[in-house]
Design a protein around this ligand. Structure first.
Ligand code: DAH
Length: 437
C-alpha cells in the first residue's frame, strides 16, 4: 500500500475491518471456519461478526436456543433434522435460486454481510432449500445461524438462528392419498386440543396458487401445512404455565408474500396478552423444486426465528443474553426444559449522544451500528437515531445517535463508558471521515 490511510494506524485486529473504503482492495483475506477467503470492494464483514461464526449456540442442548431447537425437532420426529451447514453461501443460493428480484433490498451491502462479491453469510435458512431438496430429502428440518445487518436494540442482533422445515409430496394420486390421510390425522388431533384458530382461505386472488399446480392438490398441501404448524404451535405454546391461564391457545393465520412461496402465510400466536408473529411459510415455488431436479412433486416450507420464540418462552429480555457465557445465565437452563429466566441484576444504563456531520457519501444507520458493535462488542445495548437534519444553507447533513452502553453481566463505570465512547468516535472519524459536532 503506497498511500497511508488513518486506519493503517489502528491495531491489527481493527485494521482488518475498520480501514477506510479506499483500502478495501488491500484488505487481508477473511478467515472463517478454517478457510481463507479473498476480499474485495464488496467486503463488509466485521470482526465482531467473524468472532460469532461457528459458535453454534443452537447445538448446545442446555442453551435456550438448543432446548427450543430440540423441542421443534422432536415435534417433527419423522423429519430429517440437519445442523452445522457452512454459513458461507453465494448470493445466487441466498437470493436468485429463491426468486428474489435483482433489486430486492436484502441484497444491498447495507443489509447483508458480504465476504466478497461472490460470497456472503446466509441471511436465512431458505438459502439451503435447493441443495436439500436436490439431495432427495422429503421431510426435513434445518437449523442454522443466519446473519443480517440491522439496528441495535433488545430484540435485534446481527447473528441469529432460524429453523427451516419442508415436506414434499408426490404430485399424483399417491401424494393426494398421503395428504388426505395426514390431514385427517392432524385434524382429529387438533379437534381434541385446546386451540382456537383464526384462519384465512388457503387460496385467494391475492394469495394465488401456482399455474403449474392442480388447485385441489395445492389446497390439500396448504391445509397440511396449516395443520402441521398449528400442531407445532400447540407443542410450543399450548399449556405453558401461566401462558393463557387455561384459556385456549389462539393462533391466527395471515396472508403473506415471499418470493419463494405461493400461496404464503404468516402465523401469529396470542401469548400473554399480545399477538406475536412467529413464522413465515407457504407452498414452495415450483421453480425451486425444478432447480433441485425434483420432478412431479409439490412441497410446503416454513422458516422461523429461534431467538424470537425463545425470548417469549423463557422470558429472556435482551437478545444479547443468548451469547452470554456468564454462569448466572447459562446455569439457569436444563436440557429438555422450558423455564422462566430470572434476571440476576439490572445494570445501570449509560447514555452517550454522538452528533456529527455526515461525509459526502452519506452513512447508513447499519454502517454506524456495525461500527459501534465492532468497537465495543456487547457493551452496547441499543442505538437510537434521535436527530437528523440537513443545513438549509450549506446543505450538509447531520445525525445524532444516542448510544446506550450497558453490560449484561457487570456494572460499567462512567470512565469505561467514556473510554469506549471515545474509541467509537475515533473509529468513526477514521473509517467514514465524519466531522464530530
Ligand atoms: N426465509 C424467510 C425469512 O427469513 C422465512 C420463510 C418464509 C421461510 C416462508 C420459508 C417460507 O420456508 O416458506 O424471513
Amino acid at each position: 500500500m503506497t498511500v497511508a490511510c488513518s486506519a493503517a494506524r489502528l491495531p491489527r485486529h481493527l485494521f482488518r475491518t475498520l480501514q477506510c473504503r479506499r483500502c478495501y482492495s488491500t484488505r487481508a483475506p477473511v478467515s472463517l471456519l478454517g478457510q481463507q477467503y479473498p476480499t474485495d470492494s464488496m467486503t463488509n464483514i466485521t470482526s465482531a461478526i467473524i468472532d460469532k461464526v461457528g459458535r453454534n449456540l443452537y447445538m448446545n442442548p442446555s442453551h435456550p436456543l438448543g432446548i427450543l431447537q430440540s423441542l421443534i425437532s422432536s415435534h417433527f420426529h419423522n423429519f430429517n433434522s440437519m445442523v452445522g451447514l457452512n454459513p458461507v453461501v453465494s448470493p445466487a443460493r441466498n437470493f436468485d435460486d429463491l426468486g428474489f428480484p435483482p433489486d430486492h433490498p436484502g441484497r444491498a451491502a447495507t443489509d447483508s454481510y458480504y465476504i466478497n462479491k461472490d460470497l456472503m453469510l446466509r441471511t436465512h435458512t431458505s438459502a439451503h432449500e435447493v441443495e436439500t431438496f436436490a439431495r432427495g430429502e422429503r421431510q426435513w428440518l434445518l437449523s442454522a445461524d443466519v446473519y443480517r445487518r440491522d439496528e441495535i436494540d433488545a430484540s435485534h442482533y446481527p447473528v441469529f438462528h432460524q429453523m427451516e422445515g419442508a415436506r414434499v409430496f408426490s404430485a399424483d394420486a399417491v401424494g393426494r392419498a398421503e395428504l388426505e390421510d395426514d390431514n385427517a390425522r392432524l385434524s382429529h388431533h387438533l379437534a381434541r386440543s385446546n386451540i382456537v384458530i383464526e384462519d384465512v382461505p388457503h387460496i385467494t386472488a391475492s394469495n394465488p396458487p401456482q399455474d403449474v399446480h392442480d388447485p385441489v392438490l395445492a389446497e390439500l398441501v396448504a391445509l397440511n401445512l396449516k395443520l402441521s404448524l398449528n400442531s407445532l404451535m400447540l407443542t410450543l405454546f399450548g399449556d405453558r404455565a401461566g401462558a393463557n391461564e387455561g384459556e385456549p391457545l389462539r393462533v391466527r393465520w395471515i396472508e403473506a408474500y415471499f418470493p419463494f412461496t405461493t400461496p404464503s402465510y404468516e402465523v401469529e400466536v396470542f401469548f400473554r396478552g399480545k399477538w406475536l408473529e412467529i413464522l413465515g411459510c407457504g407452498v414452495v415455488q415450483q421453480q425451486t423444486l425444478d432447480r433441485a431436479r425434483v420432478p412431479d412433486s409439490i412441497s410446503w416450507a416454513f422458516g422461523l426465528g429461534l431467538e424470537r420464540i425463545a425470548m417469549i418462552l423463557f422470558s429472556i429480555p435482551d437478545i444479547r443474553l443468548f451469547w452470554s457465557q456468564d454462569p448466572r445465565f447459562i446455569s439457569q437452563f436444563t436440557a429438555g426444559q422450558i423455564n422462566t429466566f430470572k434476571p440476576y441484576s439490572k445494570y445501570p444504563a449509560c447514555y452517550k449522544d454522538l452528533s456529527f456531520w455526515l461525509p459526502q457519501t452519506g452513512l447508513h444507520d447499519n454502517d454506524f451500528c456495525d461500527l459501534v458493535r465492532d468497537t465495543v462488542g456487547d457493551l452496547v445495548q441499543d442505538v437510537v437515531l434521535i436527530d437528523s437534519f440537513t443545513h438549509p444553507k450549506t446543505n450538509r447533513s447531520s445525525k445524532c445517535y444516542r448510544i446506550n452502553y450497558c453490560s449484561m453481566d457487570r456494572s460499567l463505570s462512567n470512565d469505561e463508558a467514556n473510554s469506549v465512547h471515545a474509541q467509537v468516535i475515533s473509529n468513526l472519524k477514521d473509517k467514514f471521515g465524519v466531522e464530530i459536532r
